[in-house]
Structure formats: structure tokens, C-alpha cells
Design a protein. Structure first.
Length: 265
């Protein structure tokens, strides 16, 4: 790994714990300006000041307040996009470049791939091209890899998730983001097949704060390197306390009950 990539990666992954709390805010392209990311400046300030390691967004949002917070926070520029209005909403296309991310002062870039989609071929080619460019520029690459297509019965199946994670590793990502498999034993198998950090996605809104924190805690115990979660974080009614609790779990080995009390007290 190049020195430049190593330095930038330390602005995403905590140097001491090698773990990360990443809050994606790329939802505006997919589904529009939903609650929690209408005022980007306010959300970024909340995420940064309460302890998130990095935020993730499309290139045009960086000007909307990334450097507004009192505490510095890592920046990942997302390069993939599709909208829920399209009949091919799972087919992602590149809308940015590593060079643009460099000019924006980014600490990393991310690419989204949906395995099993009819346009899987193009998405894999895009991931490969971005990985090459990211290496040339010393830019860390986060690969979001999911299984979504007509032949996918269960995107959370441990074997399917392990396949997704391995695709990210083999095509050159520095960090891979996949769904949590639902239990520590199977997720441990996913992590053990990867030589790079594995972070979990948030998926649909969870039913309770406890359920969400338990998922994060169990993924860490299984060897995961943290989380990259959007709506379950920025739409939470006590989101600053939630991020503080996540920081306790991810970086401070805080017991689950103590983290839960921090949110609910």
C-alpha cells in the first residue's frame, strides 16, 4: 500500500483500533432528500462532533457543509449512482472519478456493486477501473458489494455475503462493506476470508435501538471492523447520542448495556 493511501486511510480507520464509524449520506440521489439529510450542514456537524470517523457523500454535496463542524471528520466521495425511479434501480453507473475526489480533498472513494443484477458485468468493470485509478492516486477505496438480482433468493445468506466480500477484496478494494449475516459465527467466516477490513451495512431501519446496537456489537465480536450505516444513524431521534454510543462500542470496547443506556438515558 502506498504511503499516500496509508495516510488517507488513517483518516477513515482509527489508527489505534483499525475500526471505523462511517455515515453514508448518498441517499439523495437514490431516493431524494429524505429526513435527516435535508440540511446537510447540520447533519455533518452532528455526525462529526459526536464522534463519527468519516462521512460519505456524492461530489456535489461536499460544498454543502463538509468542513462546517468543530471536529474534523474523514470524507469519502461516492462514485456510483442510480435512482429509485428507474426500472433498473439496482444497476449502478459511475458519476465521478478518483481525480475529482482528489481535487475535493477526499480521504477515500466508494463504489457500489450489486452482484446478480443484469448489469453486473458493467459494475464489476467499473470497480476494477476505479481500483486501478485509486492505486495510482494513493486513494483508499471502499467497495459496497451486495447480492441483488433475479437469481438471489436471500442477500443475507452467509455464503452469498462471503461471496460479496471476496469480490471486493479480489478486485482491489481497501475496505469492503457488506450486509450483516445475522449471527456472529457466520459473519466470522465472512471476515476470515478477507485480508482487508470488513464493515457492515445498515440495511432497512431496525425496529429498536437495542436491535441496531446488538447487530453492531455482534459484528465487532465476530471480527468486523465497524460500520457504514446511514438511515439507522442520521434518522435516529437521538442521533448524536447514538453516534457516541457507537464510538463506545467500536473504539472503546464499551459494554452493550452501557452503550444502550448512553442513548436512552
Amino acid at each position: 500500500m502506498s504511503l499516500g493511501k496509508t495516510i488517507r486511510l488513517e483518516r477513515i480507520l482509527n489508527r489505534k483500533t483499525q475500526r471505523a464509524i462511517i455515515v453514508p449520506m448518498d441517499h439523495g440521489v437514490s431516493v431524494g432528500p429524505i429526513d435527516g439529510i435535508i440540511d446537510m450542514r447540520e447533519t455533518i456537524v452532528d455526525m462529526a462532533n459526536s464522534g463519527a470517523d468519516a462521512v460519505l457523500m456524492h461530489k456535489g454535496l461536499v460544498r454543502c457543509g463538509h468542513r462546517a463542524s468543530g471536529r474534523d471528520v474523514g470524507l469519502i466521495v461516492h462514485l456510483s449512482a442510480s435512482t429509485s425511479l428507474s426500472p433498473l434501480s439496482n444497476s449502478k453507473t459511475l458519476v465521478g472519478t478518483v481525480e475529482e475526489a482528489v481535487r475535493l480533498g477526499a480521504d477515500g472513494v466508494s463504489v457500489h456493486v450489486n452482484l446478480g443484477d443484469t448489469n453486473e458485468r458493467e459494475m464489476l468493470a467499473d470497480l476494477g477501473r476505479v481500483a486501478r485509478s485509486a492505486d495510482e492516486w494513493g486513494m483508499p477505496l471502499l467497495a459496497m458489494v451486495y447480492a441483488r438480482g433475479p437469481r438471489v433468493d436471500n442477500e443475507f445468506d452467509p455464503a452469498v455475503v462471503a461471496h460479496c466480500a471476496r469480490v471486493g477484496v479480489e478486485l482491489g478494494a481497501d475496505v469492503v462493506k457488506v450486509p450483516y449475516t445475522g449471527d456472529m459465527e457466520s459473519f466470522s467466516d465472512v471476515v476470515s476470508a478477507c485480508c482487508i477490513p470488513v464493515v457492515i451495512a445498515g440495511g432497512p431501519r431496525t425496529e429498536s435501538t437495542r436491535q441496531f446496537l446488538e447487530m453492531v456489537d455482534n459484528s465487532l465480536k465476530a471480527g468486523g471492523s465497524g460500520l457504514s450505516v446511514g438511515r439507522n444513524v442520521f434518522q435516529h431521534p437521538r442521533r448524536t447520542r447514538l453516534v457516541q454510543a457507537l464510538r463506545g462500542l467500536v473504539h472503546e470496547n464499551m459494554p452493550l448495556e452501557q452503550a444502550l443506556a448512553l442513548v436512552e438515558d
